[in-house]
Design a binder for this molecule. Structure first.
Ligand code: PLP
Length: 407
């Protein structure tokens, strides 16, 4: 993002550089942030002990209707510890969607485990559970009481669904499938706090769910994450591992290799103030989506992603799919055109099985995810975006329609 901003501000050759920049998703600090952080400074409770850490954990667990919350320094750290807590070990395999931000896949690697990449589906952009079931049915067998991947001989331990862009994965069939095959489930809800599946909050029914509070997420702690679970033993284990695995803090006795992943109080203070505003943020995100949806109709080759009948999406970002044939140009060319007008539109992530660190990993019949990568685009969706700015994005999209050749 820094280099992108630099690039944008260096573009002084045309008067386009005078246009106000419309970012993709930036924090909105409109509540008690200043007050709570100041209290940390005034009282010297700035580090990883302090009341705000407890209050923030409780707030996230309460909001998501999960039993317990453990605050950590990042969403990635949350995933690492959640996987360990779920029992993922060296040389195990974890099933992940290939269309995702790379962090959950890296967390699998931190455990010494291996990802197996599953395809996505184009309605919700999340993991395609039929592709997952297909893999489990045809590529795995039970040996010595464990589910084993026939082609690698490794134990398949867990499935890691990623709820993208504020929208849940189809949970009933996911959990049914996981149960049938004895798989643990670790949910990556980094982008989707406040989203619902059939009136259940994301995190409410799950085994173990991770949230991120990075700067571009709907609510932020500056940087941070929370693990939520309904399982008390899992929360105790997660807390133990994230706080240096102290077995006897007086004698300094440790029975495990722990991590220094505890969230500092200052960040938790920021996070608590943000959580207090989450309902309002979601309302605004959904209104932003509605405005885009109303204004981007009747454009050939452009499809706006909307929520499934069984879902409540927070619409962290509004997303569109651009079909080159119908629209007249590619998502890439459209993104560049928007960026040139100081509108930060962003392509979806390159599927992880195509990326250098994972190109030798197994990817099971992936096809849709590659198409989504080709066609997908996220539009500016900050809580603070104005209706006029949305209009500017919409006209920029309409102006590019049918324009420019594919390279
Ligand atoms: C942001 C994000 C993460 C990582 O969170 P950090 O807090 O940045 O470590 C993990 N998974 C997904 C899907 C994300 O979007």
């Amino acid at each position: 993002m820094a280099s992108f901003l630099t690039m944008m501000t260096q573009n002084t050759t045309t008067d386009k550089s005078e246009l106000p920049f419309i970012p993709l998703a930036v924090p909105h600090l409109g509540g008690n942030e200043w007050k709570y952080v100041k209290e940390c400074l005034d009282t010297s409770w700035v580090s990883s002990a302090g009341l705000y850490v407890d209050r923030f954990e409780a707030k996230v667990a309460d909001y998501t209707k999960a039993g317990y919350g453990v605050a950590v320094v990042s969403g990635t750290a949350a995933l690492h510890i959640a996987l360990m807590t779920a029992g993922v070990r060296q040389d195990d395999e974890v099933l992940v969607p290939t269309l995702t931000f790379i962090a959950p896949v890296n967390a699998v690697s931190y455990c010494g485990a291996h990802p197996v990449f599953i395809d996505s589906e184009s309605q919700t952009l999340n993991m395609d559970i039929s592709n997952l079931t297909d893999f489990l049915e045809n590529e795995c067998h039970v040996r010595g009481g464990e589910l084993v991947n026939k082609s690698t001989g490794r134990t398949v331990r867990a499935v890691l669904p990623v709820h993208l862009f504020g929208h849940p994965t189809d949970m009933d069939i996911l959990y049914q499938t996981a149960q049938r095959y004895g798989l643990r489930v670790v949910e990556d809800a980094s982008q989707s706090i406040g989203g619902r599946y059939k009136n259940l909050m994301i995190g409410e029914r799950g085994d173990i769910t991770c949230f991120s509070f990075n700067g571009n997420k709907i609510v932020t702690t500056g940087g941070g994450g929370v693990i939520v679970t309904n399982n008390e033993a899992a929360s105790t284990r997660a807390r133990y591992l994230t706080t240096q695995a102290k077995d006897d803090p007086f004698e300094y006795i440790d029975h495990s290799i722990g991590f220094n992943y505890r969230l500092p109080n200052i960040n938790a203070a920021l996070g608590l103030a943000q959580m207090e505003q989450l309902d309002g943020f979601i309302k605004r995100k959904r209104a932003i989506w509605e405005k885009y949806a109303a204004k981007l109709t009747d454009i050939p080759g452009l499809r706006i992603i909307n929520e499934a009948a069984w879902a409540f999406s927070t619409y962290w970002t509004t997303n569109v799919l651009i079909d080159e044939k119908g629209f007249g140009t590619t998502a890439r060319i459209l993104a560049l055109a928007l960026n040139e007008q100081r509108i930060q539109a962003r392509l979806f992530w390159q599927p992880i099985h195509l990326q250098k660190p994972y190109k030798n990993s197994q990817a099971y019949k992936v096809q849709i995810a590659e198409n989504l990568y080709k066609c997908g685009l996220s539009l500016p969706s900050s809580v603070g975006i104005t209706d006029e700015e949305i209009d500017r994005v919409v006209s920029a999209v309409r102006n590019k329609q049918g324009n420019g050749k594919c390279v």
